[in-house]
Design a binder for this molecule. Structure first.
Ligand code: AGP
Length: 371
């Protein structure tokens, strides 16, 4: 009913607006007495200290949350982090032992591919931590420990608030590992957590600016394809933006690491092709920023219609942006939490304009319980 959708036409639109709460609720209670607290102590500090390698296994958007977290966890812990599609994991021969931490990320907690990967990891004696949005689901039941995301029930088939909450939860895993291993001083861990706690307000700020994105969505809704580019944590955001558009608008959409453009994808650029570019901060990531500005000028010269998601006050990129979408300045590792939001809104608006049901895209189910 309209009431359940909080006055929105679709659950997805309501869920996009619930993202600040989803983040705040996921972080709540995980910092006390100056320390990150992960779970109900099923993983002890000693367990975390013993970890010498991390795998994140997941599907779809949850997989993208792992790709984002890899940047943070490796940086904070100096542990190698592999992010794996759950459906591939047990069909190769992953190197697992009791010092391997496997983080299984799943909104539903019922995804068969992820569940089978969890079973495989446990057979090989790895420790499995589930990051899950659904109380008592099968994946947390079969894991050694669980860290719940508290995004609340997600009804729209396309993941939105659960995705943001997964990033936050994965970051908590990284901070807990850094704390146990001592690769971050306690005051640094506290500072990172405080930055995370500021993210909901930044997401709220983006939400107040997305009308411009809706308008843009209506204007590009008849495009045949859309490309998404990013670097560093902006690369998985590009993948997520493309996935949303495929799922909802049934458009050909692909995300690339912008550095790969010259190795092939630039051949796809043609007149009028919309290309969404997720820009890093000009201050926080000056070198990558400059490289992306040069990428954008190249694709614009070849006729692309550039849609640039950039930090507010980023003047260097303005001349190359056919459409400029500004997002608040936040620390680099938090940028995915704000830059994903306009991409969600863009996909939903394009789908609506094309006349599709945003909550129930064709051929898809909310949880995929077959392999
Ligand atoms: C995202 O929009 C999807 N519909 C889908 O990719 C989803 O993220 C994937 O199926 C994993 O689901 P899970 O988090 O419930 O395991």
């Amino acid at each position: 009913s309209a009431a359940e959708k909080g006055g929105h036409e679709y659950f997805m639109l309501k869920e996009i607006e619930e993202q600040p709460d989803a983040l705040a609720n996921t972080l709540r209670g995980h910092f006390s007495d100056g320390r990150i607290v992960l779970d109900e102590q099923r993983l002890s500090d000693q367990d975390l200290r013993d970890v010498d390698k991390v795998f994140v296994i997941a599907c779809g958007s949850a997989y993208h949350s792992g790709l984002v977290a890899k940047y943070a966890i490796e940086h904070w812990t100096r542990l190698p982090v592999e992010v794996e599609l759950a459906s591939e994991f047990r069909y190769r021969d992953p190197v697992l032992d009791r010092d391997t931490l496997v983080v299984a990320v799943s909104q539903s907690g019922e995804t068969a591919d992820t569940l089978e990967a969890v079973r495989h990891a446990r057979e090989q004696k790895a420790r499995v931590l589930a990051v899950c949005n659904t109380n008592g689901a099968q994946i947390p039941r079969e894991s050694d420990a669980v860290l719940y995301t508290h995004a609340g029930p997600e009804i729209g088939v396309a993941s939105t608030k659960a995705f943001l909450a997964q990033i936050a939860a994965n970051y908590l895993v990284g901070l807990a590992l850094a704390q146990a291993r001592g690769t971050k001083y306690p005051d640094e861990v506290a500072r990172e957590f405080a930055e995370l706690e500021a993210a909901p307000a930044a997401v709220q700020k983006v939400l107040s600016t997305v009308d411009q994105v809706r308008d843009l969505g209506r204007r590009i809704a008849d495009s045949r394809a859309v490309l998404f580019l990013g670097r560093h944590v902006g690369f998985p955001v590009a993948l997520e933006g493309a996935l949303k558009l495929k799922e909802l608008a049934y458009m050909h959409a692909e995300g690339f690491a912008a550095g790969e453009l010259k190795h092939g994808p630039i051949a796809l650029i043609e007149d009028g092709l919309p290309v969404v570019v997720v820009m890093p901060s000009p201050k926080g990531r000056a070198v990558l920023h400059a490289k992306l500005v040069s990428n954008i000028s190249e694709i614009q010269a070849r006729g692309a219609r550039t849609i640039v998601i950039a930090e507010e006050g980023d003047e260097t990129v303005r001349p190359f942006a056919d459409e400029l979408v500004e997002i608040p300045a936040v620390p680099t590792l938090l940028q995915p939490l704000v830059s994903t939001v306009p991409l969600q809104v863009l996909a939903a608006e394009i789908a609506k304009t094309r006349g599709y049901d945003v909550d129930k895209p064709r051929n898809l189910a909310k949880s995929v319980t077959v392999e």
